[in-house]
Write a protein that binds this ligand. Structure first.
Ligand code: FES
Ligand SMILES: [Fe+2]
Length: 343
């Protein structure tokens, strides 16, 4: 009898060992609530400016820290005011105790590693298998970022990424935002290396909002499991970016964090306007994505699907995702992260 895990379970386990965004950096004025693969988290910024991700549940009587307050380098529970260290999660103060030496020594909350990048706060539930996303095409650019309002979608990470990167749906889903665009998809030249997939194609601006910006090459990039971007390279204006990073609230439900970035020297629309246009596009996708069955890619082959050459990019993304699963399976066993990683 085979003891192999269904690939669905492997995908879920692998994602516990992956960086995902859990909040926008601009929202950390007050503690934020987040859920990652069913784990309820609190995300906050200490007075010294450090972003922190910890378990949301208070180990006194279970209240939610996201309703609490930051005190210096600690988070205070909203219920009875117990404080816990941002550094190591240990209980540091119990207001009802006259003698603070009597703090229950085991009272502690789990603290997760944190990276702030692309205007978002990222974490991983267990020791990450891969480094944080650092796309080579952006390393030499001076970018200004703007984080969008996150979107909810009842789909898994891979379905959300595929939707973002699919090229054959524009004339059917985006006719309002893009105007009429061509149906036939030219032969795609797709390159994959490990977890990364790239493709270049010219922007077919139709007669929608983008029609007057001149010639533009679109540089598509996906990094499995959870980053998909387009870097638009306009001949006359410079470069701008739209990027999506769906974060799995559950295996088959994502909160899509996303944003835009412009080169500092970009001569086209400002960041707010770029975001407005991209949001129109995103919102056109949402009802279609919400109806896709199954809600996450069918890794175990239960459903019938037929593919054509226009699906080449997404098929390569699936290969990259499978490699991500393999890496998580074959690298050292995951241990719960118990300390804030220095990143
Ligand atoms: S429930 Fe958190 S301090 Fe009591
Ligand atoms: Fe779309």
């Amino acid at each position: 009898m085979s003891t192999q895990l269904p690939l669905r379970n492997l995908a879920e386990q692998a994602m516990r060992r992956q960086w995902f965004p859990v909040a926008r950096s601009i929202d950390l004025d007050t503690p934020q609530s987040a859920t990652l693969l069913g784990q309820r988290l609190v995300v906050y910024r200490t007075e010294s400016g450090k972003a922190v991700v910890q378990d949301a549940r208070c180990p006194h009587r279970g209240a939610d820290f996201s309703l609490g307050k930051v005190h210096g380098e600690n988070i205070a529970c909203p219920y009875h005011g117990w404080q816990f260290s941002a550094e190591n999660g240990k209980c540091s103060h119990v207001p009802s105790l006259e003698d603070q030496c009597k703090i229950p020594p085991q009272a502690k909350i789990r603290t997760y590693p944190v990276i702030e990048r692309f205007a978002h706060v990222w974490t991983a539930l267990e020791t990450p298998v891969n480094g944080m996303y650092d796309p080579a095409q952006w390393r030499d650019l001076e970018l200004d970022w703007l984080a969008a309002t996150p979107l909810e979608s009842p789909t898994g990470v891979a379905v959300a990424i595929e939707n973002f990167r699919d090229v054959a749906h524009f004339p059917f889903v985006h006719e309002v935002s893009m105007g009429p665009t061509k149906h036939i998809v030219e032969p795609l030249s797709v390159r994959r290396e490990g977890l990364d997939v790239w493709m270049e194609r010219p922007l077919d601006a139709g007669d929608g909002d983008w029609a007057n910006d001149g010639d533009c090459m679109m540089f598509y990039h996906c990094a499995a499991p959870g980053l998909a971007s387009i870097t638009y390279n306009y001949e006359k204006l410079g470069k701008r970016i739209v990027v999506g990073f769906p974060s799995p609230v559950a295996y088959d439900h994502v909160r899509i964090f996303w944003g835009v970035a412009n080169e500092r020297s970009y001569r086209g629309a400002d960041l707010e306007e770029c975001l407005r246009i991209e949001e129109l596009v995103y919102r056109e996708d949402m009802p279609i994505a919400a109806g896709i069955q199954p809600r996450e890619i069918d890794w175990d082959g239960t459903y019938i699907e037929h593919s054509v050459p226009a699906d080449l990019f997404t098929l390569n993304y699936r290969r990259a995702f499978r490699e991500f699963m393999e890496r998580a399976k074959t690298t050292a066993p995951a241990f719960p992260v118990d300390v804030v990683a220095v990143v």
